[in-house]
Design a protein around this ligand. Structure first.
Ligand code: HMG
Ligand code: MG
Length: 294
């Protein structure tokens, strides 16, 4: 059944800003992070320690974390693909990292420059060292419901990748619908591949307008952590057809209607996303933001 409470894992500063063609000044990113914390978000994915040539939008990760006002009670995880990324994250005194695997070979090659089977060798020492340093580790799986080059992706293949990340020591798994093609029945079926969903989070992109319906299916199946992005920012520069994540405003509206606690102040969140849309020079795709502020 439905939960009393859900953790919103805000990914706007990372998944959102990694995909913007305009480069956002670090001062704007810092204000974005501050405003999200003020709005009550308890987990904000702050940035990525990936190769700066691969994602130039997040090349300022060191400066961002050095200057970030880390609030008590707010978790600021970052993405790290490899040991070089982990070294950088540790130097920045980060307490929570996320590795990101692919369920398909095509996307592993494009996003990580590794074959499907090679990606695990890159992640193993990252997870082992991060755990030994006392960090929390999330493991993403991308292309869980479809891949732009391979078409549909089998549940068994996704579950095998996910279980491998859990066995490696990841504390949580986030199942990503990178290109937003999933529908609720597929979500229920994929979650059924895992014995328990206690350590599973969901990460839906809203390309086909299914993200909220998929989230509802995941909540019914027992999921308690949902990824979303303020204003619906987002996408993946290495997945052509990916658009923004489920908008946090749309998620909050649904959770409020269901009486599920989440800790976010919708009014402050809308102010933040409207402000960010102004900085980016384009309107937000969030239906709720547009209904409330349009
Ligand atoms: P590579 O070229 O194979 O790297 O890239 P390498 O290991 O061969 O190293 C080559 C050089 O890069 C070396 O330098 C390394 O030190 C350097 P050299 O010795 O030649 O001078 N290097 C680094 N420098 C800084 N930071 C690092 C780093 N790593 C190596 N971390 C690599 C492999 C994984 C690095 C590259 O493919 C990469 O950075 N990929 C990241 C792509 C990315 O960020 N994609 C978006 C995030 S995933 C996503 O959005 C999906 C998600 O939202 C879920 C969903 O929606 O499904 C999470
Ligand atoms: Mg994503």
């Amino acid at each position: 059944g439905l939960p009393d409470q859900v953790t919103i894992w805000e990914v706007g500063p990372r998944d959102g800003l990694q995909n913007e063609s305009v480069s956002v000044p670090v001062d704007v990113k810092l204000e974005f992070l501050d405003r999200l914390a003020d709005a009550g978000v308890s987990v904000v994915e702050a940035t990525s320690f990936v190769h700066p040539k691969w994602v130039p939008q997040l090349a300022d990760a060191e400066e961002l974390l050095a200057r970030l006002d880390r609030r008590d009670g707010v978790d600021y995880p970052v993405l790290v693909p490899n040991e070089r990324g982990l070294d950088r994250a540790l130097a920045a005194r980060v307490g929570h990292v996320a590795i990101f695997a692919s369920a398909t070979d095509s996307f592993a090659r494009r996003n990580l420059n590794r074959a499907l089977d090679e990606q695990f060798a890159m992640f193993e020492p990252v997870v082992a060292r991060a755990k030994a340093e006392g960090l929390k580790v999330r493991g993403y799986v991308s292309m869980c419901f479809g891949d732009p080059w391979e078409g549909s992706v089998s549940r068994g293949q996704v579950a095998a990748v996910g279980k491998r990340l859990l066995d490696m020591g990841c504390d949580q798994l986030s199942l990503g619908d990178t290109i937003g093609v999933a529908t609720p029945g597929q979500v229920t079926a994929l979650l059924g591949e895992f014995g328990s969903v206690e350590r599973i989070a969901v990460h839906f992109h809203d390309t086909y307008g299914q993200a909220l319906a998929n989230t509802y299916a995941a909540l019914v199946a027992g999921v308690r952590t949902v990824d979303s992005s303020a204003g619906g920012l987002g996408g993946c520069p290495y997945a052509e057809s990916a658009t923004g994540n489920l908008a946090t405003e749309d998620l909050v509206w649904m959770l409020d209607g269901l009486g599920i606690a989440h800790g976010v102040d919708l009014d402050k969140l809308c102010d933040t996303s409207a402000w960010m849309a102004g900085r980016l020079g384009r309107p937000s795709p969030s239906r709720v933001l547009n209904a409330l502020r349009g």
